[in-house]
Design a protein around this ligand. Structure first.
Ligand code: SAM
Length: 294
């Protein structure tokens, strides 16, 4: 795929993540969500040997463009894949053991504003939502789901307060829903009819829940964290940046389990400051957690 420019994504908590990773020249690091290459570029500039992974080929092309321009002489390689298979991908590339691994979860700004994959409620793109373009699209899944199942998905993944009525309406109108914007408008209309006010766009939670469902994000994260931990050397660090309470809960539980078994040391979580949120609103819900192997 030809990409003429790098990503529009601005990495969240960049300096903090790099500080926690304590980059040592010549040591191996993995960026399991390389995205536009923002975190990866800083690792390579400090002499780290990097394996960058992304499930999305289009993001990998953007990372390549960025890394070629900022670190042409660095030691890095990029591979496409789901981080649920991190252990296998890393072992195949000889990245075992490694000094540090970073997961910067979720989507890049490019997914919302540029890549027409139906992630945004303003998107006149088909109901797809697949990050890695594997498996069933959102439209295919919606055509088979029952209202009860969909209600549970909206509640479980995003605590959507109008889950029941939204699920019923989506199932009733699913044949005619063509684009993400159609779905966004439907949810907006339900909120208006129910006279419920929200700070964010009314479809924010629905879109989050559907994306988590389509991509099996919870399962991927659990497997990714297990794989990452097995790849780290003693003294190595795992840094995870999450963007919603569901994924942060999984990270916290995983870290607590390891620390409880006296295999790891947890650092206090870090949040973006007001200044960062002002220039990068997508970072507003970011939370960084770090675990060191002992
Ligand atoms: C927030 S962005 C990362 C941004 C990156 N740190 C940077 O500096 O540009 C998250 C990236 O993770 C990728 N991603 C999401 N789920 C994934 C998965 N299961 N496996 C691998 N990559 C994934 C997305 O395609 C996206 O590019």
């Amino acid at each position: 795929m030809k990409v003429k420019s790098g990503a529009i994504h601005r990495p969240a908590l960049l300096q903090e993540a790099i500080k926690f990773l304590r980059i040592l020249p010549g040591k191996k690091y993995i960026d399991a969500t390389v995205g536009g290459g923002g975190h990866a570029g800083e690792i390579i500039k400090r002499g780290g040997v990097l394996l960058g992974i992304d499930w999305d080929k289009e993001m990998l092309a953007k990372a390549k463009f960025h890394l070629r321009s900022v670190c042409p002489d660095g030691n890095w390689r990029l591979r496409q894949g789901n981080f649920a298979r991190l252990k296998k991908i890393a072992q195949k590339e000889g990245f075992f053991p490694v000094r540090g691994i970073i997961f910067d979860l979720g989507l890049a700004a490019d997914h919302y504003r540029q890549l027409k994959r139906g992630f945004s409620f303003n998107d006149f793109a088909p109901l797809d939502m697949r990050i890695g373009k594997e498996g069933e699209t959102l439209k295919e899944k919606l055509m088979r789901v029952s209202p009860e199942e969909l209600e549970e998905i909206l509640e479980k993944f995003a605590q959507e307060p109008l889950a029941k009525v939204i699920a019923q309406e989506i199932v009733r109108r699913r044949k005619s829903l063509k684009t993400a914007a159609d779905l966004g408008r439907l949810v907006e209309k339900i909120y208006q009819e129910q006279k419920v006010k929200t700070k964010l766009h009314p479809a924010t939670k629905v879109f989050l829940a559907l994306r988590i469902w389509v991509n099996k994000e919870e399962e991927n994260l659990k497997r990714g964290l297990e794989g990452a931990w097995s790849l780290l050397e003693k003294g190595g660090r795992l840094v995870v940046i999450s963007f919603h309470s569901g994924e942060d809960r999984l990270v916290k539980m995983f870290f607590k389990k390891i620390a409880g078994e006296r295999r790891g040391k947890i650092f206090s979580p870090v949040f973006p400051g007001k200044e960062e949120v002002k220039v990068n609103p997508l970072a507003r819900s970011a939370i960084l957690r770090c675990l060191e192997k002992i």
